[in-house]
Write a protein that binds this ligand. Structure first.
Ligand code: F6R
Length: 356
């Protein structure tokens, strides 16, 4: 069994991604202790815009999903250039970019500064770190050296700290402590040393095999379904689909009665605090998809609070994408296509190419 053979893993995982994923619980704990410097003004915003892309935006998605049930201030995760028109001086912009060099996030910060919107940066450095220094806005400084998508703990926890400092807490102290201990316990169950028969992530990767993974969450876990998709795409370099119940019942469900269904593997992201309406829809999905799908798996979030549930599912997804990569013989660390896009966009001749 390849996944239980340390030498086979070493041959494929040439950048030791397994060590970084194993450190995820420690990242979360260290990240929880980081503080913005200088402290942001304790003025409660009327709107929070989290500007981020890719792996950094994933931290924003987790926090937004946590906040959606409790926070009376809207929190938008903005993936793109500039800022939405609704963002004004009474808003708060949190610029989330691990590298600090992401063009869209830098553009959001420029617009925020022009509109007089308070900005807080969460970054390891780059041009965003330099902007914070020049303009004197608060910054949480992250340790460098990780792949942004593998720095999820460092992106999510400082965002929670910043929001709490600005009077818009998205998770309680109890929920945060619960999440830290849940990911700690879970970490021991999912690493490469744990054999397949006792390792949920390995078993799931083996079940998916070479089929197209289709991940469905519910109202809370839908945000993590998208994170599973992007982890599978960046780490294993396989296409994946993400959706959420109930919306997928109104459109995507049709695919499962179609000719391609046997080539797809559905993964349902469940949590035991689901509303009965949602639990009922998942039951129906199992009944209706089961006979057509190439495979169907169900995984359950751990912990009591929303943050623990989201993080435990995200951590499981990281490991599943890692083991799918191992099974394909793909090194999960490098992202050459993504890097090439960034390099070419930074070259003016490419940037201004006429449209075909
Ligand atoms: C790479 C990754 C990407 C980046 C994205 C934005 O590991 O996950 O999705 O997160 O290209 O870059 P950062 O996060 O540095 O702003």
């Amino acid at each position: 069994m390849m996944l239980d053979d340390p030498r086979a893993i070493e041959r494929v995982d040439r950048h030791d991604t397994r060590r970084v994923l194993t450190e995820f619980p420690a990242h979360c704990r260290r990240a929880q202790a980081l503080q913005p410097m200088p402290l942001p003004a304790a003025v409660r915003p009327r709107l929070v815009v989290v500007a981020g892309m890719g792996g950094s935006a994933a931290g924003g998605d987790l926090v937004a999903a946590c906040a959606s049930d409790t926070l009376d201030v809207p929190l938008l995760v903005h993936r793109g250039y500039g800022l939405p028109a609704a963002a004004g001086p009474e808003s708060l912009v949190v610029a989330l970019s691990y590298s600090g060099d992401t063009a869209e996030v830098l553009s959001a910060v420029e617009v925020a500064l022009r509109r007089g919107i308070p900005v807080v940066a969460v970054t390891a450095g780059g041009a965003l770190g330099a902007l914070a220094q020049t303009h004197g806005f608060p910054r949480v400084t992250l340790p460098a050296g990780l792949m942004p998508r593998m720095a999820l703990g460092y992106l999510a926890f400082p965002l929670l700290t910043v929001l709490a400092a600005c009077g818009v807490p998205a998770a309680s102290a109890t929920d945060i402590e619960d999440a830290l201990s849940v990911v700690q316990d879970q970490g021991e169950d999912l690493g490469p040393e744990r054999p397949s028969e006792k390792n949920e992530a390995k078993r799931l990767a083996l079940a998916i095999g070479t089929r197209l993974p289709v991940i469905y969450g519910g109202p809370l876990t839908g945000a993590v379904a998208y994170r599973w998709k992007t982890d599978l795409e960046e780490n294993a370099k396989v296409l994946a689909i993400a959706g959420a119940v109930p919306e997928m019942n109104h459109n995507e469900i049709e695919v499962w009665g179609g000719p391609g269904a046997a080539g797809h593997h559905a993964v349902l992201l469940r949590e035991d605090a689901e509303a009965v309406e949602i639990a009922g829809r998942f039951t129906l999905l199992r009944e209706m998809l089961g006979p057509h799908a190439g495979g169907l798996s169900e995984v359950w979030a751990r912990g009591r609070g929303r943050l623990a549930r989201l993080l435990s599912l995200a951590a499981l997804g990281q490991w599943v994408s890692y083991y799918v990569a191992m099974l394909q013989g793909t090194d999960p660390w490098p992202v050459p296509m993504l890097t090439e896009v960034k390099r070419r966009l930074a070259t003016p001749s490419d940037e201004h190419r006429p449209r075909p």
